[in-house]
Design a protein around this ligand. Structure first.
Ligand SMILES: [Zn+2]
Length: 136
């Protein structure tokens, strides 16, 4: 796994992931190499950490060698990205808003709802027969 991961890292620094799944222009290999080369010229020890998002993007983030590397990093597409190419972070689905009627349809069948509606209409009709003015 480590050898494969290193291969992925080298490819990501080069701007192309195995299979060419990185969108064109998403990773600028020249800029990555330039950043690392600049850091090396300045005598600053750096490390390149490759992140993968669920959309298949991969990119390298450069950190100081002694920095604590975050487990996840936000991809440029907005998804969270992790360091395991086979298991990128999964985005939790936002809570889906449902109307009270949709909740009711989850609990009752259409036949049940028709029966309940008929009973309610009969109760209203009976109340109106008792007091046609609507005052009860
Ligand atoms: Zn992405």
């Amino acid at each position: 796994m480590r050898g494969r991961r290193l291969t992925f890292a080298m490819e990501a620094i080069g701007g192309v992931r195995a299979g060419g799944s990185s969108p064109a222009g998403f990773v600028d290999p020249g800029a990555q190499r330039s950043d690392i080369a600049d850091a090396q010229r300045q005598g600053v020890e750096r490390q390149g950490v490759v992140y993968w998002c669920a959309a298949g993007h991969s990119y390298c983030v450069t950190f100081a060698a002694d920095a604590s590397v975050p487990a996840t990093w936000e991809c440029r597409c907005g998804l969270p990205a992790g360091q395991d190419p086979d298991h990128p972070p999964v985005v939790a689905e936002p809570a889906v808003y449902r109307t009270p009627l949709e909740y009711l349809h989850e609990r009752r069948s259409d036949a049940d709802l028709d029966t309940i509606l008929d009973e309610a209409l009969q109760a209203v009709a009976a109340a109106r027969r008792r007091d046609p003015t609507g005052r009860q």
